[in-house]
Design a binder for this molecule. Structure first.
Ligand SMILES: CC(C)(COP(=O)(O)OP(=O)(O)OC[C@H]1O[C@@H](n2cnc3c(N)ncnc32)[C@H](O)[C@@H]1OP(=O)(O)O)[C@@H](O)C(=O)NCCC(=O)NCCS
Length: 166
């Protein structure tokens, strides 16, 4: 079964992820990031916000992903008002497919899905030393709102980055 194609981009396509493709997403996460999650966590994200679980594929091979969830809570930009927010949980592209625009396209589709779900802002945490990711988010107008001290298990700080959505 083929999933919905969101965008074609040269030899790549962005598609909504299907359950049988989640194992490839987990594999990319294991290879590219130090933050890992239980298999159940991925399937929960897919069930709860399937529009925000997006993969980049080349043929049938998954080469990148972005996974998101929606949350209701205090705004990260507007003081003590309550708001619906999109949380970018993780995004990664296999090394040999980087710097081709896929990370940005995945993020753009994720933000679109958040807007369609009624989110007013998007936020994410990123390692302070992850220059590639920080550059990508800054290029997309995410602003650093806070430093989360010792956020990661190894003690590294995170930047809390936020973007208002229209
Ligand atoms: C961060 C990541 C997803 C970016 O994916 P990508 O497909 O290579 O990014 P793109 O090609 O869409 O880049 C878009 C823009 O982001 C910035 N950028 C991306 N990678 C960069 C790098 N290594 N150094 C500096 N800027 C970078 C640039 O502004 C780039 O635009 P440009 O290529 O026109 O200069 C990728 O590096 C990755 O998978 N890293 C490992 C996993 C990770 O750290 N995920 C983020 C966790 S919070």
């Amino acid at each position: 079964m083929q999933s919905t194609v969101l965008k074609s981009f040269g030899e790549y396509e962005l598609r909504r992820c299907l359950p049988h493709q989640v194992s490839q997403v987990i594999d990319i996460n294991m290879r590219t990031l130090p933050e890992h999650y239980s298999d159940e966590f991925y399937y929960d994200l897919l069930e709860n916000f399937p529009e925000g679980f997006i993969i980049a594929v080349k043929g049938e091979r998954v080469v990148g992903y972005v996974i998101n969830r929606t949350e209701f809570g205090f705004s990260n930009v507007k003081g003590f008002s309550l708001t619906k927010k999109g949380h970018v949980v993780s995004v990664a592209i296999l090394e040999e497919h980087r710097r081709k625009g896929l990370g940005r396209l995945l993020m753009e589709e994720a933000l679109k899905a958040m807007v369609e779900k009624g989110c007013k802002e998007a936020f994410l945490e990123v390692r302070a030393t992850n220059t590639a990711a920080v550059s990508l988010y800054e290029a997309m107008d995410f602003k650093t709102m806070d430093t989360l001290r010792h956020y990661y298990r190894d003690g590294e700080d995170a930047r809390l980055m936020v973007k208002e959505l229209d």
